[in-house]
Design a protein around this ligand. Structure first.
Ligand code: AMP
Length: 513
């Protein structure tokens, strides 16, 4: 049996292959509206798969992709999977030094990038052993599609076993080194099958898609659910409140990070009438404030369904489709997924007792790319993955019995606008700047982004630091979402008796007003 993930999708494409699969509405960026049928998806992905296959890469080769969101980027993903290669999406915000690390670590056989980055990125790509660098621009131009245009629109699906890799997603590391989470065809297939049923997706749905495609949420949750259901996607290049309000009346499902929901609520034009055809709003990737959850019900009559997952595991828990959705919780383990909350010695915590969240299931990744030791550290001897999140199950005598709540992150992760920011990585860059003695980076509540990045910096004696210049310098070195919104220059960092910087204290002192 062939366990290639593409086969799972293709088997569920609608019988009417001329039906619309993807609609890209008319906008300033896209010009006229564009429509892609299911037949277009099959033929275009066959052409790209043929092009990739012609390069004759060894099995398991990576195809690293840093491109703006477009339907063609989704087609490239599907073609990579179809050809039995490993898809490696990279955030478009990553700069040269970050890309040098990813390409050096992943050693992709093929790199695909926007034409604007071709000159420096191709240099890095060839240095790390890539055989080909193609361009793919968000207006459907570039060498990838030009070359694929000459290939056949028929392709014999590559044979894949359930454990064969389908994708690698890089997550930033607290130690400063990013880790590539290796996800197999089996991991992704099991998760999407569960989600489709749990969230009741059908071919009649219309998914409004405004998430990026380089992250698990937009690609493996949103797109996968639409593909396996054979339903149409209204495909927006980015989140824009006015555009969402215009498209919601024609949609039935929306997935977002909490920031999307706070932005919608801040528009007075967002109301129950706008949501008249909607059946489901899903939130994840960062904590949804109870205040947002409640305001959303009051404004629209809809109860947001919050779920929890991560790059290493795909989706883990969800509030129920039918039944009580409880704000401030991420619901119950999905069918087939085991979730436990344990103490630092791996003893089971009682309900309502806070501990470390560990998980097991067919969706859980096999390990970090070329990091066997890190992988061993992150799994218990009996195979539970340590998520790094801290939480609790609801009290036995409460409505929240069996519902998981996340109370914090043991790994000190900051989530800003749905993106992960690891303080250690930014501290290392700041500490390397001229005149800096040391720094501490923290996440503080931010009305729009959920959490905002703030840096507290101590200067070397006799040196004067200028916050604005530092922020400008950081913008050229690291992705924008990681750049501190504020930098405070202080005489010294508060420390506890053990010499550890007291980040809690910093969070109290330096909130964003
Ligand atoms: P990522 O790998 O980028 O998807 O980030 C995964 C992390 O996001 C998890 O380990 C959690 O810390 C956090 N996360 C995801 N969903 C939620 C949620 N619904 N509530 C709180 N934190 C979440």
């Amino acid at each position: 049996m062939n366990s290639n993930l593409y086969a799972l999708f293709a088997a569920r494409f609608p019988k009417d292959k001329q039906a619309c699969a993807i609609e890209v509405p008319e906008s300033k960026a896209t010009g006229a509206a564009r429509y892609y049928t299911w037949d277009d998806i099959e033929r275009a992905t066959a052409k790209i798969a043929n092009l990739l296959a012609k390069i004759d890469l060894p099995k398991g080769s990576r195809v690293a992709v840093q491109v703006e969101k477009s339907p063609e980027a989704l087609l490239l993903y599907l073609a990579t999977v179809r050809a039995g290669l490993v898809y490696l999406p990279l955030n478009t915000a990553y700069r040269e030094s970050e890309m040098a690390y990813f390409l050096g670590d992943a050693e992709p056989g093929v790199v695909v990038c926007d034409r604007r980055n071709f000159s420096w990125l191709s240099r890095l790509a060839f240095k790390s052993g890539a055989r080909h660098v193609f361009t793919l621009n968000d207006d459907a131009t570039g060498s990838l599609l030009e070359r694929a245009g000459h290939c056949s629109d028929q392709f014999a699906l590559a044979q894949s076993a359930p454990d064969d890799l389908a994708a690698i997603l890089y997550t930033s590391g607290t130690t400063g080194r990013s880790k590539g989470a290796m996800l197999s065809h089996g991991n992704l297939a099991s998760n999407v099958q569960v989600l489709k049923d749990y969230w009741r997706f059908t071919s009649k749905d219309v998914l409004l898609h405004a998430l990026p495609l380089f992250h698990i949420h937009g690609l493996f949750v949103a797109c996968h659910c639409a593909l396996i259901s054979g339903c149409k996607t209204i495909f927006l290049n980015r989140f824009d409140t006015a555009e969402i309000l215009q498209k919601l009346p024609r949609s039935t499902v929306f997935m977002g990070v909490p920031t999307f929901y706070t932005r919608l609520l801040s528009d007075p034009g967002f109301d129950a009438e706008t949501c008249r055809n909607m059946r489901l709003f899903i939130s994840g990737s960062a904590p949804l404030l109870t205040e947002t959850f409640n305001s959303f019900i009051a404004r629209t009559g809809h109860t947001i369904l919050e779920r929890y997952g991560m790059s290493e595991t795909a989706m883990l828990t969800s509030n129920p489709y039918e039944g009580l959705r409880i704000g401030g919780t991420v619901g119950m383990p999905l069918p087939g997924v085991s979730v436990r909350v344990v103490s630092d010695t791996d003893a089971y915590c009682a309900p309502d007792e806070i501990g470390n969240i560990q998980v097991k299931g067919p969706n859980v990744f096999s390990g970090y790319w070329r990091m066997p030791e890190k992988t061993r550290e992150e799994f218990t001897d009996d195979g539970w993955f340590k998520t790094g999140d801290v939480g609790k199950f609801g009290a036995a005598d409460s409505d929240a019995k069996g519902y998981l709540s996340i109370v914090g992150r043991s790994k000190d992760l900051i989530i800003s606008g749905g993106y992960n920011v690891y303080p250690k990585e930014i501290e290392t860059v700041i500490d390397g700047m001229e005149g800096v003695l040391e720094s501490a980076v923290i996440g503080v509540p931010h009305a729009d982004f959920g959490e905002g990045v703030v840096a507290v910096v101590v200067s070397k004696s006799g040196c004067k630091l200028d916050e604005t210049t530092m922020i400008a310098a950081l913008k050229s070195r690291i992705a924008n979402f990681k750049v501190p919104k504020l930098i405070h220059v202080v005489d010294e960092l508060p420390r506890n008796a053990m010499g550890k910087v007291q980040k809690n204290r910093l969070r109290e002192l330096y909130s964003i007003k």
